[in-house]
Design a protein around this ligand. Structure first.
Ligand SMILES: NC(=O)c1ccc[n+]([C@@H]2O[C@H](COP(=O)([O-])OP(=O)(O)OC[C@H]3O[C@@H](n4cnc5c(N)ncnc54)[C@H](O)[C@@H]3O)[C@@H](O)[C@H]2O)c1
Length: 256
């Protein structure tokens, strides 16, 4: 990780990240730990979570993150897990709603059950996690909720209409909650990644043709890396962004 900024306001804050065991989420866990935050993350990938905790444990002077196994589509389990985290670590200052699944699907094959399942993994838990941390943030006098969106639907990407619908809806959720929670000084923003070179993306999608597409579409010719997303998340979580809410912040290298 090459991030250099330190945000004093993040030190000691309790930060909860969903889908933190791998990909962008794992980078977020790493980045917040390096800020001196108390980090909890939820996921279903035990092995990846264990590896991540070990990796962070090997860094000098950085506290370990706390892994909680939780399937984000099971809302009662999610509510129980967040209550447990609050009991274990104290009130939550920052929530990063990151867990998602971008499985490709042909619109001709989508059933009602499949549609509902996509909404459950890509949209519904964002709302219920935000609802579950609200009382903490209200009592603390403020907080920051960061919802991970996607530039896929800005780019009119096909092949996964349920995912792109959910990701578009996240921006509506952000703006609605920003209005409702603003009087309590709780900020809600969407962080919109471009095409981010996670290990999974590199292994499954990024061939020579994809690299050409990226070079043509992005104004900037470097690849967007997970730490570029983490850099924006740190800013949005910190007090330095104290007047930013109800917005979307795009980190895509200028994709047009
Ligand atoms: N990587 C990209 O290029 C890209 C582009 C645009 C948006 N995004 C968004 O950024 C976020 C992270 O993307 P990523 O590429 O790291 O995703 P990913 O699929 O690689 O990782 C998602 C993480 O969420 C976890 N997760 C998925 N379903 C879960 C469930 N039901 N319960 C608990 N955990 C679950 C996974 O186990 C995994 O650790 C997502 O919201 C994604 O939509 C990513």
């Amino acid at each position: 990780m090459n991030l250099t900024n330190q945000y004093p306001s993040l030190k000691g804050k309790v930060v909860l990240i969903s889908g933190g065991a791998s990909g962008i989420g794992a980078n977020l866990v790493d980045a917040f730990c390096r800020q001196g935050a108390t980090v909890a993350f939820m996921d279903i990938l035990d092995d990846a979570a264990e590896w991540l905790v070990g990796h962070i444990g090997a860094l000098n002077g950085v506290d370990l993150p706390h892994y909680y196994k939780c399937d984000m589509v099971d809302i009662p389990a999610l509510q129980r897990t967040i209550a447990q985290i609050q009991q274990d670590l104290g009130p939550i200052n920052v929530l990063v709603n990151n867990a998602a699944n971008d499985e490709r699907h042909d619109f001709r094959d989508v059933t009602v059950d499949y549609w509902d399942e996509r909404m459950a993994v890509n949209l519904r838990h964002h709302f219920f996690a935000s609802q579950a941390v609200y009382a903490d943030m209200q009592k603390l006098g403020g907080g920051s909720i960061i919802n991970l969106g996607s530039m896929s639907w800005y780019a009119t990407q096909g092949g996964m209409p349920a995912y792109t619908s959910a990701k578009a809806a996240i921006e509506g959720l952000t703006r609605g909650l920003a209005r409702d929670m603003g009087p309590d000084n709780i900020r809600v923003n969407t962080l919109v990644p471009g095409w981010v070179m996670t290990k999974r993306q590199l292994q499954t999608c990024v061939d020579d043709a994809a690299r050409r597409t990226i070079r043509e579409a992005q104004c900037l010719k470097s690849m967007v890396m997970p730490e570029d997303i983490a850099a924006m998340a740190l800013f949005l979580a910190s007090d330095d962004s104290k007047m930013c809410t109800s917005q979307h912040f795009i980190v895509d290298g200028g994709w047009v």
